[in-house]
Ligand binder design. Structure first.
Ligand SMILES: Cc1cc2nc3c(=O)[nH]c(=O)nc-3n(C[C@H](O)[C@H](O)[C@H](O)COP(=O)(O)OP(=O)(O)OC[C@H]3O[C@@H](n4cnc5c(N)ncnc54)[C@H](O)[C@@H]3O)c2cc1C
Length: 389
Protein backbone atom coordinates (compact mmCIF):
# COMPACT_ATOMS: atom_id res chain seq x y z
CA UNK A 1 0.00 0.00 0.00
CA UNK A 2 1.64 3.30 -1.08
CA UNK A 3 -0.61 5.88 0.59
CA UNK A 4 -1.79 5.06 4.11
CA UNK A 5 -5.47 4.27 3.85
CA UNK A 6 -7.77 5.21 6.73
CA UNK A 7 -10.60 3.27 8.37
CA UNK A 8 -13.18 4.41 10.92
CA UNK A 9 -15.08 1.80 12.87
CA UNK A 10 -18.33 2.16 14.81
CA UNK A 11 -18.28 -0.20 17.80
CA UNK A 12 -15.47 -1.47 20.01
CA UNK A 13 -16.81 -4.98 20.65
CA UNK A 14 -15.30 -8.30 19.55
CA UNK A 15 -15.80 -7.76 15.82
CA UNK A 16 -14.83 -4.08 15.81
CA UNK A 17 -11.57 -4.64 17.67
CA UNK A 18 -10.67 -7.67 15.55
CA UNK A 19 -11.23 -5.76 12.31
CA UNK A 20 -9.39 -2.70 13.66
CA UNK A 21 -6.34 -4.70 14.73
CA UNK A 22 -6.17 -6.69 11.50
CA UNK A 23 -6.35 -3.51 9.41
CA UNK A 24 -3.78 -1.67 11.52
CA UNK A 25 -1.43 -4.66 11.25
CA UNK A 26 -1.69 -4.23 7.46
CA UNK A 27 -0.72 -0.59 7.55
CA UNK A 28 -4.10 1.14 7.82
CA UNK A 29 -4.68 4.20 9.98
CA UNK A 30 -7.59 3.01 12.15
CA UNK A 31 -9.89 4.73 14.65
CA UNK A 32 -12.58 2.93 16.65
CA UNK A 33 -15.54 4.92 17.97
CA UNK A 34 -17.30 3.32 20.95
CA UNK A 35 -20.55 4.55 22.46
CA UNK A 36 -19.75 3.45 26.02
CA UNK A 37 -17.45 5.46 28.25
CA UNK A 38 -14.91 2.61 28.08
CA UNK A 39 -14.37 -0.57 26.08
CA UNK A 40 -16.44 -2.84 28.27
CA UNK A 41 -17.90 -6.34 28.06
CA UNK A 42 -20.54 -7.74 30.38
CA UNK A 43 -19.21 -10.14 32.99
CA UNK A 44 -20.43 -13.53 31.76
CA UNK A 45 -18.46 -16.18 29.92
CA UNK A 46 -18.05 -16.98 26.26
CA UNK A 47 -17.22 -20.06 24.18
CA UNK A 48 -14.44 -19.61 21.62
CA UNK A 49 -14.05 -22.39 19.10
CA UNK A 50 -11.13 -23.29 16.81
CA UNK A 51 -11.95 -20.57 14.26
CA UNK A 52 -12.03 -17.81 16.88
CA UNK A 53 -8.86 -19.09 18.53
CA UNK A 54 -7.02 -18.94 15.21
CA UNK A 55 -8.14 -15.35 14.75
CA UNK A 56 -6.87 -14.48 18.22
CA UNK A 57 -3.54 -16.05 17.29
CA UNK A 58 -3.36 -14.03 14.07
CA UNK A 59 -4.12 -10.82 15.97
CA UNK A 60 -1.54 -11.51 18.70
CA UNK A 61 -4.28 -11.61 21.36
CA UNK A 62 -4.31 -15.36 21.98
CA UNK A 63 -2.01 -15.64 25.03
CA UNK A 64 -3.85 -12.95 26.96
CA UNK A 65 -7.28 -14.21 25.88
CA UNK A 66 -6.77 -17.81 27.01
CA UNK A 67 -4.67 -17.22 30.12
CA UNK A 68 -6.16 -19.44 32.87
CA UNK A 69 -9.15 -20.15 30.60
CA UNK A 70 -10.95 -23.48 30.75
CA UNK A 71 -10.16 -25.89 27.96
CA UNK A 72 -12.85 -28.53 27.65
CA UNK A 73 -12.60 -32.12 26.44
CA UNK A 74 -16.29 -32.78 25.62
CA UNK A 75 -19.63 -31.08 25.15
CA UNK A 76 -22.44 -33.14 26.61
CA UNK A 77 -26.23 -32.87 26.48
CA UNK A 78 -28.29 -34.54 29.20
CA UNK A 79 -32.00 -35.17 29.66
CA UNK A 80 -34.14 -34.43 32.70
CA UNK A 81 -33.07 -37.72 34.32
CA UNK A 82 -29.40 -36.84 33.93
CA UNK A 83 -28.91 -39.43 31.17
CA UNK A 84 -26.51 -38.47 28.39
CA UNK A 85 -28.28 -37.60 25.11
CA UNK A 86 -25.08 -36.99 23.19
CA UNK A 87 -21.44 -36.36 23.97
CA UNK A 88 -19.10 -34.77 21.44
CA UNK A 89 -15.36 -34.64 22.06
CA UNK A 90 -13.48 -31.38 21.63
CA UNK A 91 -9.74 -31.06 21.75
CA UNK A 92 -6.60 -30.76 19.72
CA UNK A 93 -8.14 -30.55 16.25
CA UNK A 94 -11.34 -28.82 17.29
CA UNK A 95 -10.24 -26.66 20.17
CA UNK A 96 -12.75 -25.00 22.44
CA UNK A 97 -11.99 -22.71 25.34
CA UNK A 98 -14.33 -20.84 27.63
CA UNK A 99 -13.28 -17.60 29.22
CA UNK A 100 -14.68 -14.54 30.90
CA UNK A 101 -15.93 -12.03 28.34
CA UNK A 102 -14.08 -9.16 29.96
CA UNK A 103 -10.79 -11.05 29.61
CA UNK A 104 -11.42 -11.70 25.92
CA UNK A 105 -12.33 -8.09 25.22
CA UNK A 106 -9.33 -6.79 27.19
CA UNK A 107 -7.02 -9.05 25.15
CA UNK A 108 -8.43 -7.63 21.91
CA UNK A 109 -8.22 -4.06 23.19
CA UNK A 110 -4.57 -4.51 24.12
CA UNK A 111 -3.78 -6.09 20.73
CA UNK A 112 -5.53 -3.18 19.00
CA UNK A 113 -3.57 -0.58 20.98
CA UNK A 114 -0.29 -2.40 20.29
CA UNK A 115 -1.11 -2.31 16.57
CA UNK A 116 -1.63 1.47 16.77
CA UNK A 117 -5.43 1.61 16.69
CA UNK A 118 -6.90 4.82 18.14
CA UNK A 119 -9.94 4.37 20.36
CA UNK A 120 -12.44 7.15 21.02
CA UNK A 121 -14.98 6.36 23.74
CA UNK A 122 -18.27 8.10 24.68
CA UNK A 123 -18.75 8.53 20.96
CA UNK A 124 -22.12 7.46 19.57
CA UNK A 125 -22.54 6.84 15.85
CA UNK A 126 -26.03 7.64 14.59
CA UNK A 127 -25.62 7.26 10.84
CA UNK A 128 -23.38 6.52 7.88
CA UNK A 129 -23.12 7.03 4.13
CA UNK A 130 -21.67 4.80 1.40
CA UNK A 131 -18.83 7.36 1.03
CA UNK A 132 -16.97 6.05 4.07
CA UNK A 133 -18.62 8.55 6.42
CA UNK A 134 -19.93 8.15 9.98
CA UNK A 135 -22.32 10.61 11.61
CA UNK A 136 -22.17 11.17 15.35
CA UNK A 137 -24.73 12.12 18.00
CA UNK A 138 -22.76 15.31 18.74
CA UNK A 139 -23.27 16.47 15.14
CA UNK A 140 -19.81 15.53 13.85
CA UNK A 141 -19.28 13.85 10.49
CA UNK A 142 -16.04 11.87 10.10
CA UNK A 143 -14.83 10.67 6.70
CA UNK A 144 -12.28 7.98 5.83
CA UNK A 145 -11.36 5.73 2.95
CA UNK A 146 -13.34 2.97 4.65
CA UNK A 147 -16.07 3.01 7.32
CA UNK A 148 -17.25 -0.12 9.14
CA UNK A 149 -20.34 -0.60 11.29
CA UNK A 150 -19.68 -3.18 13.99
CA UNK A 151 -22.23 -1.58 16.26
CA UNK A 152 -24.21 -4.65 17.24
CA UNK A 153 -27.77 -5.83 16.86
CA UNK A 154 -29.35 -2.38 16.70
CA UNK A 155 -26.71 -1.09 14.27
CA UNK A 156 -27.24 2.51 13.22
CA UNK A 157 -24.82 2.01 10.33
CA UNK A 158 -26.90 -0.88 8.93
CA UNK A 159 -30.04 1.18 9.38
CA UNK A 160 -28.58 4.23 7.63
CA UNK A 161 -27.46 2.13 4.67
CA UNK A 162 -30.84 0.39 4.41
CA UNK A 163 -29.25 -3.07 4.28
CA UNK A 164 -31.47 -5.04 6.66
CA UNK A 165 -33.78 -7.65 5.10
CA UNK A 166 -34.58 -9.87 8.07
CA UNK A 167 -34.54 -9.18 11.80
CA UNK A 168 -36.32 -11.48 14.19
CA UNK A 169 -35.98 -12.11 17.86
CA UNK A 170 -36.29 -15.54 19.33
CA UNK A 171 -39.02 -16.45 21.78
CA UNK A 172 -36.31 -18.19 23.83
CA UNK A 173 -33.85 -16.23 25.93
CA UNK A 174 -31.08 -16.69 28.48
CA UNK A 175 -30.31 -15.68 32.03
CA UNK A 176 -26.56 -15.41 32.39
CA UNK A 177 -24.34 -15.16 35.42
CA UNK A 178 -20.93 -16.16 36.80
CA UNK A 179 -20.61 -17.95 40.14
CA UNK A 180 -17.68 -18.91 42.33
CA UNK A 181 -16.27 -22.36 41.52
CA UNK A 182 -15.56 -24.63 44.48
CA UNK A 183 -13.83 -28.02 44.79
CA UNK A 184 -16.34 -30.83 44.25
CA UNK A 185 -18.75 -28.68 42.22
CA UNK A 186 -18.38 -31.02 39.27
CA UNK A 187 -17.99 -34.78 39.70
CA UNK A 188 -14.55 -36.18 38.84
CA UNK A 189 -16.06 -38.17 35.95
CA UNK A 190 -17.35 -34.90 34.47
CA UNK A 191 -14.12 -32.92 34.77
CA UNK A 192 -13.40 -31.15 31.49
CA UNK A 193 -16.99 -31.28 30.25
CA UNK A 194 -19.41 -28.57 29.25
CA UNK A 195 -22.80 -29.90 30.33
CA UNK A 196 -26.09 -28.81 28.79
CA UNK A 197 -29.03 -30.10 30.83
CA UNK A 198 -32.63 -30.11 29.57
CA UNK A 199 -35.95 -30.32 31.36
CA UNK A 200 -38.98 -29.37 29.28
CA UNK A 201 -38.34 -25.99 27.66
CA UNK A 202 -35.79 -25.10 30.32
CA UNK A 203 -32.07 -25.59 29.92
CA UNK A 204 -29.22 -25.29 32.41
CA UNK A 205 -25.76 -24.93 30.88
CA UNK A 206 -22.73 -25.43 33.11
CA UNK A 207 -19.55 -23.84 31.76
CA UNK A 208 -16.38 -23.55 33.83
CA UNK A 209 -14.37 -20.52 32.66
CA UNK A 210 -11.28 -20.84 34.88
CA UNK A 211 -10.18 -22.46 38.14
CA UNK A 212 -12.30 -20.17 40.28
CA UNK A 213 -15.43 -19.36 38.27
CA UNK A 214 -18.31 -21.09 36.48
CA UNK A 215 -20.47 -19.41 33.85
CA UNK A 216 -24.12 -20.45 34.07
CA UNK A 217 -26.68 -19.95 31.32
CA UNK A 218 -30.31 -20.69 32.22
CA UNK A 219 -32.51 -20.59 29.14
CA UNK A 220 -36.28 -20.77 28.73
CA UNK A 221 -39.08 -19.28 26.60
CA UNK A 222 -39.67 -15.60 27.28
CA UNK A 223 -43.28 -16.49 28.16
CA UNK A 224 -42.01 -18.61 31.09
CA UNK A 225 -42.23 -15.63 33.43
CA UNK A 226 -41.40 -17.51 36.63
CA UNK A 227 -38.23 -19.03 35.17
CA UNK A 228 -36.93 -15.94 33.35
CA UNK A 229 -37.05 -13.62 36.37
CA UNK A 230 -33.56 -12.18 36.97
CA UNK A 231 -34.22 -12.57 40.70
CA UNK A 232 -33.66 -16.27 40.18
CA UNK A 233 -36.38 -18.51 41.61
CA UNK A 234 -33.90 -20.98 43.06
CA UNK A 235 -36.54 -23.47 44.20
CA UNK A 236 -38.01 -23.61 40.72
CA UNK A 237 -34.67 -24.08 38.93
CA UNK A 238 -33.40 -26.52 41.58
CA UNK A 239 -36.51 -28.63 41.18
CA UNK A 240 -35.91 -28.83 37.42
CA UNK A 241 -32.15 -29.50 37.77
CA UNK A 242 -31.78 -31.13 41.20
CA UNK A 243 -28.26 -32.40 40.50
CA UNK A 244 -27.10 -28.80 40.09
CA UNK A 245 -28.94 -27.33 43.10
CA UNK A 246 -25.59 -26.56 44.78
CA UNK A 247 -24.67 -24.24 41.88
CA UNK A 248 -28.12 -22.66 41.60
CA UNK A 249 -28.03 -21.89 45.31
CA UNK A 250 -24.87 -19.84 44.74
CA UNK A 251 -26.32 -17.51 42.09
CA UNK A 252 -26.04 -13.89 43.21
CA UNK A 253 -27.85 -10.70 42.14
CA UNK A 254 -25.72 -10.14 39.00
CA UNK A 255 -27.97 -11.85 36.45
CA UNK A 256 -28.88 -10.59 32.99
CA UNK A 257 -31.76 -11.69 30.75
CA UNK A 258 -32.04 -11.35 26.99
CA UNK A 259 -33.60 -12.95 23.93
CA UNK A 260 -31.51 -13.44 20.77
CA UNK A 261 -31.61 -11.75 17.38
CA UNK A 262 -31.32 -13.20 13.89
CA UNK A 263 -30.24 -10.62 11.34
CA UNK A 264 -29.76 -10.93 7.60
CA UNK A 265 -28.89 -8.23 5.10
CA UNK A 266 -29.19 -7.70 1.36
CA UNK A 267 -25.45 -6.94 1.32
CA UNK A 268 -22.67 -6.39 3.84
CA UNK A 269 -21.52 -3.16 2.25
CA UNK A 270 -22.61 -0.13 0.30
CA UNK A 271 -19.82 1.71 -1.50
CA UNK A 272 -16.95 2.21 0.93
CA UNK A 273 -18.93 1.39 4.07
CA UNK A 274 -19.26 -2.16 5.41
CA UNK A 275 -21.04 -3.87 8.29
CA UNK A 276 -19.96 -6.99 10.12
CA UNK A 277 -20.51 -8.98 13.30
CA UNK A 278 -23.95 -8.91 14.90
CA UNK A 279 -24.75 -5.78 12.88
CA UNK A 280 -24.69 -7.89 9.70
CA UNK A 281 -25.29 -11.47 10.75
CA UNK A 282 -26.44 -11.89 14.37
CA UNK A 283 -27.36 -15.45 15.23
CA UNK A 284 -28.75 -17.25 18.30
CA UNK A 285 -25.94 -18.39 20.63
CA UNK A 286 -26.74 -22.10 20.40
CA UNK A 287 -23.46 -22.94 18.67
CA UNK A 288 -21.42 -20.35 20.58
CA UNK A 289 -20.28 -18.81 17.29
CA UNK A 290 -21.63 -15.24 17.08
CA UNK A 291 -18.49 -13.75 18.58
CA UNK A 292 -16.22 -16.15 16.70
CA UNK A 293 -17.91 -15.24 13.43
CA UNK A 294 -17.60 -11.52 14.21
CA UNK A 295 -13.86 -11.80 14.84
CA UNK A 296 -13.31 -14.12 11.89
CA UNK A 297 -15.15 -11.80 9.55
CA UNK A 298 -13.20 -8.81 10.84
CA UNK A 299 -9.90 -10.51 10.04
CA UNK A 300 -11.25 -11.73 6.69
CA UNK A 301 -12.24 -8.18 5.75
CA UNK A 302 -8.73 -6.90 6.40
CA UNK A 303 -7.27 -9.77 4.35
CA UNK A 304 -9.66 -9.04 1.48
CA UNK A 305 -8.39 -5.44 1.40
CA UNK A 306 -4.73 -6.43 1.28
CA UNK A 307 -4.22 -5.65 -2.40
CA UNK A 308 -6.08 -2.33 -2.28
CA UNK A 309 -4.01 0.79 -2.91
CA UNK A 310 -6.67 3.42 -3.66
CA UNK A 311 -10.04 4.20 -2.12
CA UNK A 312 -11.82 3.54 -5.46
CA UNK A 313 -10.80 -0.12 -5.21
CA UNK A 314 -12.50 -0.63 -1.86
CA UNK A 315 -16.11 -1.31 -2.98
CA UNK A 316 -15.09 -4.23 -5.21
CA UNK A 317 -12.85 -5.65 -2.48
CA UNK A 318 -15.76 -5.50 -0.02
CA UNK A 319 -18.00 -7.34 -2.46
CA UNK A 320 -15.35 -10.03 -2.92
CA UNK A 321 -15.03 -10.31 0.88
CA UNK A 322 -18.76 -10.89 1.24
CA UNK A 323 -18.89 -13.41 -1.62
CA UNK A 324 -16.13 -15.41 0.02
CA UNK A 325 -17.26 -15.27 3.65
CA UNK A 326 -21.02 -15.24 3.46
CA UNK A 327 -21.72 -18.92 2.70
CA UNK A 328 -19.98 -20.01 5.90
CA UNK A 329 -21.61 -17.29 8.00
CA UNK A 330 -25.06 -18.13 6.58
CA UNK A 331 -24.47 -21.82 7.22
CA UNK A 332 -23.51 -21.18 10.82
CA UNK A 333 -26.47 -18.86 11.38
CA UNK A 334 -28.87 -21.43 9.91
CA UNK A 335 -27.64 -24.25 12.16
CA UNK A 336 -27.57 -22.17 15.31
CA UNK A 337 -31.14 -21.06 14.58
CA UNK A 338 -32.22 -24.62 13.95
CA UNK A 339 -30.69 -25.87 17.18
CA UNK A 340 -32.87 -23.33 18.98
CA UNK A 341 -35.88 -25.26 17.77
CA UNK A 342 -35.03 -28.29 19.91
CA UNK A 343 -35.91 -26.22 22.96
CA UNK A 344 -39.56 -26.45 21.92
CA UNK A 345 -39.68 -30.22 21.47
CA UNK A 346 -41.03 -32.59 24.15
CA UNK A 347 -38.19 -34.14 26.15
CA UNK A 348 -38.29 -37.58 24.56
CA UNK A 349 -38.60 -36.15 21.05
CA UNK A 350 -35.67 -33.80 21.69
CA UNK A 351 -33.47 -36.65 22.87
CA UNK A 352 -34.38 -38.82 19.89
CA UNK A 353 -33.95 -35.93 17.46
CA UNK A 354 -30.54 -34.91 18.77
CA UNK A 355 -29.30 -38.52 18.78
CA UNK A 356 -30.59 -39.12 15.27
CA UNK A 357 -29.21 -35.86 13.95
CA UNK A 358 -25.80 -36.47 15.43
CA UNK A 359 -25.50 -40.00 14.04
CA UNK A 360 -27.43 -40.11 10.77
CA UNK A 361 -26.18 -38.21 7.69
CA UNK A 362 -29.61 -38.49 6.03
CA UNK A 363 -31.27 -36.75 8.97
CA UNK A 364 -28.63 -34.03 8.88
CA UNK A 365 -29.37 -33.50 5.21
CA UNK A 366 -33.12 -33.24 5.85
CA UNK A 367 -32.62 -30.82 8.70
CA UNK A 368 -30.31 -28.82 6.46
CA UNK A 369 -33.08 -28.49 3.87
CA UNK A 370 -35.73 -27.74 6.47
CA UNK A 371 -33.57 -24.99 7.84
CA UNK A 372 -34.21 -22.95 4.71
CA UNK A 373 -37.73 -22.36 5.99
CA UNK A 374 -38.64 -19.80 8.52
CA UNK A 375 -37.97 -21.08 12.06
CA UNK A 376 -40.93 -21.40 14.41
CA UNK A 377 -39.06 -20.28 17.51
CA UNK A 378 -38.85 -16.70 16.30
CA UNK A 379 -41.16 -13.78 15.92
CA UNK A 380 -41.17 -10.46 14.14
CA UNK A 381 -38.72 -7.79 15.07
CA UNK A 382 -39.63 -5.67 18.04
CA UNK A 383 -38.94 -1.98 18.44
CA UNK A 384 -35.43 -0.97 19.48
CA UNK A 385 -35.35 -0.86 23.31
CA UNK A 386 -35.36 2.68 24.74
CA UNK A 387 -32.00 1.99 26.39
CA UNK A 388 -30.26 1.82 23.02
CA UNK A 389 -32.54 4.15 21.02
C1 LIG B 1 -26.85 -15.26 25.58
C2 LIG B 1 -25.75 -15.12 24.59
C3 LIG B 1 -24.66 -15.98 24.65
C4 LIG B 1 -23.65 -15.91 23.68
N1 LIG B 1 -22.61 -16.77 23.75
C5 LIG B 1 -21.65 -16.73 22.80
C6 LIG B 1 -20.55 -17.65 22.85
O1 LIG B 1 -20.45 -18.46 23.76
N2 LIG B 1 -19.61 -17.58 21.85
C7 LIG B 1 -19.68 -16.67 20.84
O2 LIG B 1 -18.79 -16.65 19.97
N3 LIG B 1 -20.70 -15.78 20.78
C8 LIG B 1 -21.67 -15.79 21.74
N4 LIG B 1 -22.70 -14.90 21.69
C9 LIG B 1 -22.74 -13.93 20.58
C10 LIG B 1 -21.74 -12.81 20.78
O3 LIG B 1 -21.91 -12.19 22.02
C11 LIG B 1 -21.95 -11.76 19.66
O4 LIG B 1 -22.10 -12.39 18.43
C12 LIG B 1 -20.75 -10.82 19.61
O5 LIG B 1 -20.65 -10.09 20.81
C13 LIG B 1 -20.87 -9.89 18.41
O6 LIG B 1 -19.80 -8.99 18.40
P1 LIG B 1 -19.95 -7.57 17.71
O7 LIG B 1 -18.64 -6.91 17.87
O8 LIG B 1 -20.54 -7.73 16.38
O9 LIG B 1 -21.08 -6.83 18.55
P2 LIG B 1 -21.10 -6.41 20.07
O10 LIG B 1 -20.32 -7.36 20.91
O11 LIG B 1 -22.54 -6.19 20.40
O12 LIG B 1 -20.32 -5.03 20.11
C14 LIG B 1 -20.87 -3.87 19.60
C15 LIG B 1 -20.15 -2.68 20.19
O13 LIG B 1 -20.63 -1.52 19.56
C16 LIG B 1 -20.98 -0.55 20.53
N5 LIG B 1 -22.04 0.26 19.94
C17 LIG B 1 -23.34 -0.07 19.76
N6 LIG B 1 -23.99 0.92 19.15
C18 LIG B 1 -23.09 1.89 18.94
C19 LIG B 1 -23.18 3.18 18.31
N7 LIG B 1 -24.33 3.63 17.85
N8 LIG B 1 -22.07 3.94 18.25
C20 LIG B 1 -20.87 3.48 18.75
N9 LIG B 1 -20.75 2.27 19.33
C21 LIG B 1 -21.84 1.49 19.42
C22 LIG B 1 -21.42 -1.36 21.73
O14 LIG B 1 -21.35 -0.61 22.93
C23 LIG B 1 -20.43 -2.51 21.68
O15 LIG B 1 -19.22 -2.21 22.34
C24 LIG B 1 -23.72 -14.93 22.65
C25 LIG B 1 -24.80 -14.04 22.61
C26 LIG B 1 -25.80 -14.13 23.56
C27 LIG B 1 -26.94 -13.17 23.48
Amino acid sequence: MNKTLSAIIAGGGLGGLAAATALAQRGWDVTVYERQSALRASGSGIYIWENGLRVLEALGAYDDAVRDAFEGVAFEQRDKHGAVIDSAPVGAERRLITVKRSQLLDSLRDAALRAGVKVVTSSEVIGATPRGELRFANGDLVRADLAIGVDGIWSRVREALGLETFHQQTVEGALRTVIERRPGDIAAADAGKYIENWNGNRRFLVTPINETQIYLALTCPESDRAARDTRIDKALWSEAFAQWAHLIDRIGPEVSWGVYSIIQCSAWSAGRTAILGDAAHAQPPNLGQGGGMAMQNGLALACALEGVERAEQIPAALEAWEARERPLVDHCQKWSTLYGEVAFLPDEVRSATVRAAMSNPWVIEQINRAAHHRPTGTRERRAMPASVA
